[in-house]
Design a protein around this ligand. Structure first.
Ligand code: AMP
Ligand code: ZN
Length: 140
């Protein structure tokens, strides 16, 4: 489905690069951000490579957006944050670091600083536990 050999997210789609997945369907994949801005930070991507909003097909844009809403609802149910930030970057000047379209779902707490990215790799076990709670809420 995706054969951009040097693209990290295509590598995740192919299964060559590990990721903690919370949702997969024919067109999209959702997985935990490796450097979360907050606990529960999740990414949604199209399986077909497109660098950004300008390039993605309307069909994949719709598919990713619908899944982003589902993930946001699951995060709301599972983690009960005070708010949920949806972020999407286009171009390095906008802060984009991975050039495969993705939507960030970032749980926010009252008073939490609105940063652009996490700074440290979180503990995999902690991320896995959060992913399990989000995945369970997705199924409920
Ligand atoms: P952006 O800067 O908007 O392009 O966001 C890219 C996001 O991808 C950042 O939040 C990174 O922490 C995240 N990221 C990069 N590599 C991986 C990976 N292998 N698995 C999960 N998340 C990743
Ligand atoms: Zn890609």
């Amino acid at each position: 489905m995706s054969d951009h050999t040097n693209c990290v997210f295509c590598g995740i789609v192919r299964g060559d690069i590990p990721a903690i997945r919370v949702h997969e369907d024919a067109a999209t994949l959702a997985f935990m951000d490796i450097r979360p801005a907050s606990p529960g930070h999740t990414l949604v991507i199209p399986k077909i490579h497109a660098p950004d909003l300008l390039a993605i097909s309307e069909a994949d844009l719709c598919a990713v957006t619908i899944v982003a809403q589902r993930i946001a609802r699951a995060v709301h149910q599972a983690l009960a944050p005070d708010g949920i930030r949806i972020m999407q970057t286009n171009g390095a000047a906008a802060g984009q670091t991975v050039f495969h379209y993705h939507v960030h779902i970032i749980p926010m707490q009252d008073g939490q600083r609105v940063g652009t990215h996490g700074h440290e790799h979180a503990q995999p076990e902690q991320i896995k536990a959060l992913a399990a709670r989000i995945a369970a809420a997705l199924k409920s």
